[in-house]
Design a protein around this ligand. Structure first.
Ligand code: SDX
Length: 445
């Protein structure tokens, strides 16, 4: 290549729009043109796939805040405007009308199912909710106080041992694994709760819908059937829908990266559950309730807590606030906040922590520290209040986030494995460690 030529990185295989243009990088006396392509909602990206080959440079982007890992057709988020769409449909329309499995089908397969398709999908899932009896013996090995996220990630990974027929490295669809994961995660989750309270496991029932079956397995006993209140089943349904998918978040990126080595779907989802557990991610819903209950029990008022969250050097954060992408109100938080009030009114329960949460939001949204940083309530700020109102124990909140997010993880894994640009994920780095050192035998150290 003649140095004077302006090398152009090869344009993406299938740009979402024909209006590709270029960005020019000038470095070390040379200039390089890189293709810019546009997504179907008008987002633009520089194609850096040949950056190092052309320039010898790598990009440095801690936390990948400016890096598009892939092209995806599953979810669109506009963080500045607070927009969220699953397969092009606004979340507000979906949340008001769909069932969770209807949404799971949409997210995984790309279109809303017609009635026979939905019946077949629900029927398949219903008939696979039981766990292999040998899996139940795993639970006896866990301490009673084991966090259910530890149990769920372990048992989900172990499913690969029970269904080796769905672990073929070349299987980019893994349909059998998809049905079994969607069917069995509620059972795995409910059994982790039963184990923690020393109660016998309750088998799933095929006559109950997805959310009612989960509550049945959580709260029925051999002596008494738990009758699911419609308000409770509807609340869980809307919460699972709102947690179902959220493009390249930390746990989804983990599922993609693990799956990019051709690891099977069970192993990839197990890794996603572990990533979601962190308090900065899915674990925040548990931390929000602990924060609200601390304020309720007198460890300082809402005003004092907000001051702590703002203080330089104080690691306290207003949990459930802030978001890497949303620099406006998280549209999911808006819907959950309304659902919160509805559930508490319909169940006739009192919720001091809802009042505290609303007071915290009122203070923060009028405070320069939060305004200047575009910090708004996210999906985790109000969700735990509903979980608490319907009787879910606090250490199960992130497990319910995982149950909701499962369709999104599955869809993203499938899309990655079927991507024409599929490659194993392997980021570069810039080495800043010691140089010019030599090995010294231990006798001379
Ligand atoms: C989820 O990615 C997704 O889509 C995730 C998710 C999904 O559906 O998958 O939406 C689910 O994980 C929601 C987020 C749940 N986490 C929390 O609620 C924990 C509290 N929030 C933060 O820790 C934080 O806001 C993050 C982790 C959500 C985002 O972190 P960023 O984008 O890396 O932002 P940052 O930590 O660099 O913060 C920028 C500034 C900092 O202050 P300065 O250095 O500018 O002085 O804002 C401050 C932070 O200190 N800040 C907060 C804050 N969040 C950010 N200060 C007080 N309270 C907070 N909650």
């Amino acid at each position: 290549m003649t140095p004077s030529a302006t090398p152009v990185a090869s344009p993406p295989d299938k740009p979402a729009s024909a209006t590709a243009s270029t960005a020019t990088l000038s470095f070390d006396g040379r200039s390089y043109d890189f293709s810019i392509f546009e997504g179907s909602e008008g987002e633009k990206a520089i194609d850096f796939s040949k950056l190092r080959a052309l320039t010898g440079l790598v990009s440095h982007d801690p936390g990948f805040a400016n890096t598009g890992a892939c092209k995806s057709s599953i979810t669109y988020i506009n963080g500045e405007q607070g927009i969220l769409k699953y397969r092009g449909i606004p979340i507000e329309e979906i949340a008001a009308q769909a069932s969770f499995l209807d949404v799971a089908y949409l997210i995984i397969n790309g279109n809303l199912p017609d009635s026979p398709e939905l019946d077949a999908f629900v029927g398949e899932i219903t008939r696979h909710t039981m766990l292999h009896e040998d899996i139940k013996s795993f639970y006896r090995g866990f301490p009673k106080d084991a966090h259910p996220m530890a149990i769920c990630s372990a048992v989900v990974g172990a499913l690969a041992a029970f269904y080796p027929e769905y672990t073929d490295p070349d299987d980019t669809e893994a349909e059998g694994a998809i049905i079994r994961l969607l069917a069995k995660l509620p059972t795995i989750a409910a059994y982790s709760y039963k184990h923690s309270i020393g109660q016998p496991f309750i088998y799933p029932r095929n006559d109950l819908d997805y959310t009612s079956n989960f509550m049945h397995m959580m709260f029925s006993t051999p002596c008494e059937e738990y009758v699911v209140d419609e308000t409770v089943a509807d609340a869980l349904n809307i919460l699972f829908i709102l947690h179902a998918e959220h493009e390249q978040n930390c746990s989804t990126s983990t599922v993609r990266l693990v799956g990019s080595s051709q690891a099977n779907l069970f192993a990839s989802i197990s890794a996603g559950i572990s990533a979601l557990w962190g308090p900065l991610h899915g674990g925040a819903n548990q931390k929000v309730i602990e924060m609200l209950e601390n304020i309720e029990s007198g460890y300082g008022s809402a005003e004092k807590f907000v001051e702590k969250a703002k203080a330089k050097g104080d690691t306290t954060r207003l949990m459930g606030f802030g978001h890497r992408v949303y620099k406006n109100y998280d549209p999911r938080a808006k819907i959950i906040k309304q659902a919160c009030s509805d559930v508490i009114e319909n169940l006739g329960v009192k919720s001091k922590i809802l009042e505290i949460a609303m007071r915290l939001e009122e203070i923060a949204l009028s405070d320069e520290y939060f305004i200047s940083r575009n910090l708004y309530p996210n999906v985790d700020f109000y969700s735990g209040i509903i979980y608490k109102a319907i009787g879910i124990p606090v250490n199960m909140y992130t497990v319910l986030f995982a149950m909701g997010r499962l369709p999104g993880w599955i869809a993203q894994w499938k899309e990655m494995r079927n991507d024409p640009e599929f490659r194993i994920g392997r980021p570069r780095q810039i080495y800043i460690g010691p140089v010019g050192r030599h090995f010294i035998p231990v006798q001379q150290r």
